[in-house]
Design a binder for this molecule. Structure first.
Ligand code: ZN
Ligand code: ZN
Length: 871
């Protein structure tokens, strides 16, 4: 009985012991100085929001990153593997309302809990670089960056329609509106409000953000595609139509507008007389700027269409209540489609305004319509409708009986020119002096004319909007600006940073910023004139916190700068960034933007934050994402308590390829735990032999068992090493270790008897433990010591596979006679055709079939098969 007890694997004894030792040795997981001479490796898992409890998605994310970090340490790299807390945000305020706990206290308490969980899991973080975004030593640099960006013109303030979540009682970025609802409150419809807001000019970097994606070859293609679509670049032209004079308006009938369709006066009398669209006549007239990707078709425009929210529409409806009622209907339809999440599929409706617009190129008058499918926030919120050459416009014109005019015909006469003809492989017709010109040439010419006469320009538009960063919340970074009645907007001077969040505050659900109700915070003297002034009371979007946190890791204690440029230059770009694909748009675009801004501020040299990005799959249970409401949450603490941290982590890597969803099965964790028990017994049992092997020389002949075990060992090393280099099939890595352990257990007698020499036992066990180290750090530390090794397993070099030893020395070759399989022969790997033929003919079964007959032909495919033709 005593022996049985001794042979029980007990993670509850092993793991806390090593956890204590590691805690007492912070240098173990610490990055070395930048002049240490080793190559650097910077690996990060995305920092969590401190909700108070790790979930299995975290465990999986961190197990992947930690395995990689440990592997790189063992390869001799200087590894930076930090962790931090994305600690501002709404849940802290909600918790404050619910439990009457101040947000700071609640947040820091959660952080302490989660840090304990991480340490219990044995995650190898450099805690000296820990970043907590809600602390003034971090967020003061958000403020500092804000001011630098303000000075560079990258920050501005404007009155704008904002997305307002009534539940959050705050503004949401466009990115935080999902199918018309709040991203946090999936059933709460987002309303529109007018507010003075702060914006970051991210659109200034739109082109670079787009082009940079081509170079990010280490990022998943799906993430790059999502970003491309989000940025949504289209090249085209902005053109001003002119609002026809009030006096003209009554005269304009639909027909009259169209009679004038087509070029007038072109070229013959000089530009100054060219229709209504000349600069002189255009000046002072109300303009309607449209965006089009096909200005070459402008002579075919038969209406101008406005988004229901367009400012001109408001002017029209102000004096026309019937029109207002119709426009309200359009707005309602648009809202419904937005809520249904499919604006693209909206059933198109429009109403004529009775007003006319003038085509600046030929003076043609066309009716102005309001349509429900024109979006206020795309392009200029106004389009020219060219039904002859656009599917959507064709559909609309057909429905409402608007004229359809052909102005492009196919360049190739063999091509069908039925309207709508939407190809750009065409030449202009019915376009006056441009007739016969190719679409491409016409576009260029028309753009030049628009620019020269001041009614338009070539324009690239983006779906990407400037980043609205104002939040009317308490638990975020205060915006470091002051409103002075005399001086206007005044920056908080750098030496007055940080603007610290007041601690004593009553969180309520009433609208507006909670900070505006704290007089000690709001009332301030203007830094310029000294008169009484007011602090800005909006706080910053928390996505700012996570836009640059990984730079702070490189110099987390710096109190005079966000970080020392030399340190960031050493560590950046990040070699491997690991996190969920749900961050493909927001965090990963904002942090790319921030990197480019910091580069332009001269702080860093890299253009992109991360060289490689990996997005792990979700952890699900019973086919659904784990969630409290579904009652299918598996607690990491529970798993660790029952099976140990090693088994929990290793299962998270073993149960599915890291990029796929993982369906959590407790049986599987138990299975991994049993496997680790077998490893523990195997190594413990033969540790003495292994230790004695260290004292012997390894010369002498090796038994076939020894050879076979070494072959399996070196094959396993080769496989795992290859996977770490980029395939990341950690599930099959763990499986390969299991196979190796099976073989070792199968050879227990030979290991025990000494048939396998102690030097070989040592090589087998040592390397087994080394390969386990990235996946099961506690057990491998324990067994490393058991094998008599001093020093941390993390500092031992990663094993190298010997290709000679890994080579299979025998292969099986099927033998066929007249196309039928009769036997299988074993030959040395790499045997030539003659040897394989000899072996086949020597086989008993083959000889029995061939007896008394003639072998007419032998066909050998070396390494594959032998075919005998027998008569
Ligand atoms: Zn909300
Ligand atoms: Zn002032």
């Amino acid at each position: 009985m005593a022996e049985e007890k001794e042979l029980r694997y007990d993670p509850a004894a092993i793991e806390p012991k090593w956890q204590d030792r590691w805690a007492a040795d912070p240098a173990l997981y610490a990055a070395e100085p930048t002049d240490c001479g080793k190559p650097k490796y910077y690996v990060i898992e995305m920092l969590p929001y401190p909700s108070g409890q790790l979930h299995m998605g975290h465990v999986r994310n961190y197990s992947i990153g930690d395995a990689l970090a440990r592997h790189m340490w063992m390869l001799g790299y200087n590894v930076l593997h930090p962790m931090g807390w994305d600690a501002f945000g709404l849940p802290a305020e909600n918790a404050a309302l619910k439990n009457n706990t101040p947000p700071r206290e609640w947040t820091l308490g959660n952080i302490a809990q989660m840090k304990t969980q991480m340490q219990r899991l044995g995650l190898g973080y450099d805690w000296a670089t820990e970043v907590t975004t809600c602390l003034p030593d971090y967020y003061r640099w958000n403020q500092w960056f804000f001011l630098r960006m303000y000075e560079k013109g990258l920050v501005y303030r404007k009155q704008s329609k904002v997305n307002w979540c009534p539940e959050c009682a705050t503004v949401l970025a466009n990115e935080q509106v999902v199918d018309g609802c709040c991203w946090r409150h999936e059933t709460t419809q987002v309303a529109q409000r007018d507010l003075e807001q702060w914006f970051f000019r991210i659109t200034e970097y739109a082109d670079e953000l787009l082009d940079g994606l081509d170079k990010l070859e280490g990022w998943p293609e799906k993430v790059r595609t999502m970003q491309r679509n989000w940025i949504g670049r289209s090249e085209g032209t902005e053109v001003d139509f002119f609002l026809a004079e009030e006096a003209d308006q009554g005269l304009g009938t639909r027909d009259e507008g169209l009679e004038k369709q087509g070029p007038r006066d072109q070229g013959t009398e000089g530009p100054e007389k060219q229709g209504l669209g000349t600069r002189d006549e255009g000046l002072g007239r109300q303009r309607i700027r449209v965006f089009t990707t096909r200005v070459d078709t402008i002579f075919g425009a038969t209406s101008v269409q406005l988004a229901p929210q367009h400012e001109l529409v408001a002017k029209f409806t102000a004096v026309d209540s019937a029109l207002k009622a119709q426009v309200d209907e359009l707005l309602e339809q648009q809202k419904k489609a937005r809520e249904a999440g499919d604006l693209g599929a909206i059933e198109k409706h429009g109403v004529p305004t009775g007003r006319f617009a003038v085509n600046p190129y030929n003076g043609a008058r066309v009716p102005i319509w309001v349509a429900n499918y024109i979006l206020a926030d795309y392009g200029t919120g106004a389009i020219m409708s060219v039904p002859g050459h656009d599917e959507r416009d064709f559909e609309f014109a057909t429905k409402y009986g608007l004229p359809i005019v052909q102005v492009i015909k196919p360049a190739d006469p063999a091509v069908d020119e039925t309207l709508p003809f939407c190809s750009e492989e065409g030449v202009l017709v019915n376009s006056g002096e441009y007739d016969g010109m190719s679409c491409a040439d016409a576009e260029k010419n028309l753009q030049e004319i628009a620019a020269a006469r001041g009614f338009g320009e070539a324009k690239v538009t983006f779906r990407l909007k400037d980043w609205g960063i104002s939040r009317q919340r308490y638990w975020g970074t205060p915006i470091p600006m002051i409103h002075c009645l005399s001086c206007g907007l005044v920056q908080v001077p750098d030496d007055q940073l940080p603007v610290v969040l007041p601690e004593k505050i009553e969180i309520t659900q009433q609208g507006g910023s909670p900070l505006s109700r704290v007089p000690e915070f709001v009332n301030v003297n203007c830094p310029k004139c000294g008169k009484a002034a007011r602090r800005e009371t909006d706080t910053m979007d928390t996505f700012i916190d996570s836009s640059w946190y990984f730079y702070r890791y490189t110099d987390a204690k710096n109190s005079t700068a966000p970080f020392e440029p030399a340190k960031a230059q050493y560590w950046f770009p990040i070699d491997q960034y690991i996190g969920g694909v749900e961050h493909a748009i927001l965090h990963l675009i904002y942090s790319r933007y921030w990197t480019k801004v910091m580069r332009d501020l001269g702080l860093i040299r890299n253009d992109e934050p991360a060289r490689r990005l990996f997005t792990q799959g979700m952890v699900i249970k019973d086919g659904a994402k784990m969630s409290k409401s579904k009652g299918n949450v598996v607690s990491p603490d529970d798993m660790v308590g029952r099976y140990g941290a090693d088994a929990t982590r290793m299962y998270a890597l073993f149960a599915a390829p890291p990029d796929r969803d993982l369906d959590w099965q407790e049986d599987g964790v138990a299975g991994v735990s049993r496997f680790l028990g077998r490893v523990w017994r195997l190594v413990t049992k033969h540790a003495a032999a292994s230790r004695s092997g260290a004292l012997q020389d390894g010369s002498g002949a090796l038994s076939s068992t020894g050879q076979k075990l070494l072959r399996k060992l070196h094959q396993t090393i080769a496989k795992i090493t290859l996977d770490f280099e980029g395939r990341w099939h950690f599930n099959t890595c763990v499986a390969a270790i299991m196979e190796l352990v099976n073989e070792l257990q199968g050879a227990d007698a030979q290991l025990t008897s000494g048939e396998v020499p102690a030097t070989v036992v040592r090589e087998l066990l040592r390397n087994l433990v080394l390969m386990l180290a990235p996946f099961a750090p506690f057990l491998s530390a324990e067994l490393w010591a058991e094998l008599g090794e001093s020093g941390a397993v993390l500092r031992a070099p990663w094993p190298k596979s010997d290709p000679e030893l890994a080579k299979e020395d025998e292969v099986e070759i099927p033998v066929q006679i007249n196309g039928k399989l009769v036997s299988v022969v074993r030959v040395p790997a790499g045997s030539d055709a003659r040897n394989i033929e000899t072996a086949a003919l020597a086989d008993e079964k083959v000889q029995a079939r061939v007896a008394g007959k003639t072998v007419a032909k032998v066909i050998v495919v070396p390494g594959r098969a032998v075919n005998l033709v027998v008569k």
